[in-house]
Design a protein. Structure first.
Length: 484
């Protein structure tokens, strides 16, 4: 006589492409051999669907640590407690209460719990706007931008935003950027970001994406770009209805899931909204700016440089040293930088020049650092008093730079004249009611944090003081993020 045992299977139905299909729990009673056969068929012949973002269907791999059980891991990572048994079967775990330390468990991303992420405004120029629910307001440094929000710039403005994973997007003048989706898988380093560029130009620095499933994507009306850590420029010309992408570091995947190509460093591509992608082509080399002076003491300053073969024009950008924000943006018709009728304070600056082909693809940056003397600064800014009271001087913060994963961070700022010392405050709150740093003896335009800060979001500001006078007004509030 054969006695057949019965097994009860409790499970929740989910899609294998990362979206829930109206989850419903089911209870099935069946012979054990049929249960085994059903599970084997499910995993031998899974539902397959290609996704636009890279590796959406890949399994996340977790290395078992001491004390781990399948139930604890389910509670920590998965979006349904009833998936514990399914996870055991998927990984062929014999004893779910005693997982071997070091064993690699594979967890489908579609089973994992996600939460909404955000971006932070780190620098602005002019008056960029922020659109939420069709209402527009001015963008401020330190603003948190949520999924679905829109940032726009006009002729005189620009903005830099930093995503939760450390990626930096610089939106130039006359641009529009939509934060389509920003998600983080809970208790992991997996981040996914989807942005849209309806028009305008961007400079993008994507932080290395950690973990299978992480991804960064920007779409224009005629192009889709997906990366996992690189630097590139992306723009969409709304008049001519075409996109241009120029890769300066790493690899960018261009196209959708059915027609994907990789662009490596030094390669660019144009995609017309009507006719589609053109053939990839090499970018122009960086202009040689080594002959430029280290100090500029009079204007106009005429700075010629060797022409780049194939260049139809050149793009010029000038900004404060330590900041990614441009103070000057211009198109040069020939191989000469002419500085005139500009207002620069005494201090140190960077200059970038890139060669542009006739079709609009811009090449690698030529880079040069220079200083502006006090004498020239006074000539350029005649309305600035020779000696302002310290209480009238409000420092202008520039940017944060450094390795945000390790906590090595430098904060930069400027003032219209030299001061005896500065006061730097850092807090986890925008009202600075709980100070983490309150340093009153900073003698330079930089304050460096060499580790010591726990992962999290921080705010900072600076005040100036001259000898024998009281502290001046604090600067606008800046922000930065320390990542684990």
């Amino acid at each position: 006589m054969i006695i057949e045992t019965l097994s009860t299977l409790s499970f929740t139905v989910y899609s294998r492409v990362g979206m829930n299909i109206n989850p419903q729990r089911c209870i099935v009673v069946m012979p054990t051999f049929l249960l085994s056969l059903l599970l084997a068929l499910l995993f031998l012949f899974p539902v397959n669907s290609r996704a636009e973002l890279p590796k959406l269907l890949s399994d996340w791999e977790y290395e078992v640590k001491k004390g781990d059980t399948l139930w604890l891991l389910t509670e920590r990572f998965l979006n349904d407690e009833y998936l514990a048994e399914t996870l055991r079967t998927y990984n062929r775990v014999e004893n779910p209460r005693q997982l071997p330390v070091g064993k690699i468990l594979k967890i489908p991303l579609s089973w994992m719990r996600k939460k909404e992420s955000y971006a932070v405004v780190v620098e602005i120029r002019g008056a960029p706007e922020h659109i939420v629910n069709r209402a527009s307001r001015a963008v401020r440094v330190g603003d948190r931008l949520q999924t679905g929000e829109v940032v726009t710039t006009d002729d005189e403005s620009a903005v830099s935003i930093r995503l939760k994973d450390g990626s930096l997007i610089y939106l130039q003048s006359n641009g529009k950027l939509i934060l389509q989706a920003m998600q983080q898988y809970e208790n992991t380093e997996i981040n996914r970001s989807e942005l849209k560029l309806p028009y305008g130009k961007t400079d993008v620095e994507v932080a290395p994406q950690k973990g299978v499933g992480s991804g960064f994507e920007i779409k224009t009306p005629s192009l889709v770009t997906s990366v996992r850590g690189t630097r590139y420029r992306l723009e969409f010309d709304a008049v001519r209805k075409l996109s241009r992408i120029m890769v300066t570091e790493g690899v960018v995947a261009v196209g959708d899931s059915s027609d994907l190509i990789d662009l490596t460093s030094g390669v660019g591509l144009i995609a017309d909204q009507t006719t589609g992608r053109q053939k990839p082509e090499s970018l122009l080399r960086s202009p040689d700016l080594s002959g430029f002076p280290s100090t500029i003491d009079q204007l106009p300053a005429q700075l010629p440089f060797p022409a780049v073969t194939g260049a139809a024009a050149y793009e010029l950008r000038v900004g404060n040293l330590g900041s990614s924000m441009s103070l000057i943006e211009a198109v040069l018709e020939n191989n000469e930088v002419v500085l005139e009728n500009i207002a620069l304070n005494e201090g140190h600056y960077w200059m970038k020049v890139r060669a542009v082909k006739k079709n609009g693809l811009s090449g690698f940056d030529g880079y040069h650092e220079f200083g502006v003397t006090e004498t020239l600064a006074k000539q350029l800014n005649p309305k600035t008093p020779a000696a302002m009271s310290a209480t009238q001087i409000v420092p202008s913060i520039n940017r944060v730079s450094g390795r945000q994963q390790s906590g090595y961070i430098s904060l930069f700022w400027n003032t219209p004249q030299k001061m005896e010392r500065f006061r730097v405050q850092i807090s986890k709150t925008m009202n600075f009611d709980e100070l983490i740093v309150d340093e009153k003896n900073v003698s330079t335009f930089r304050y460096t944090i060499d580790g010591g800060l726990e992962p999290g979001h921080y705010y900072w500001r600076v005040a100036a003081q001259e000898k024998g006078q009281s502290w001046g007004t604090f600067s606008d509030v800046g922000s930065f993020q320390i990542f684990p």
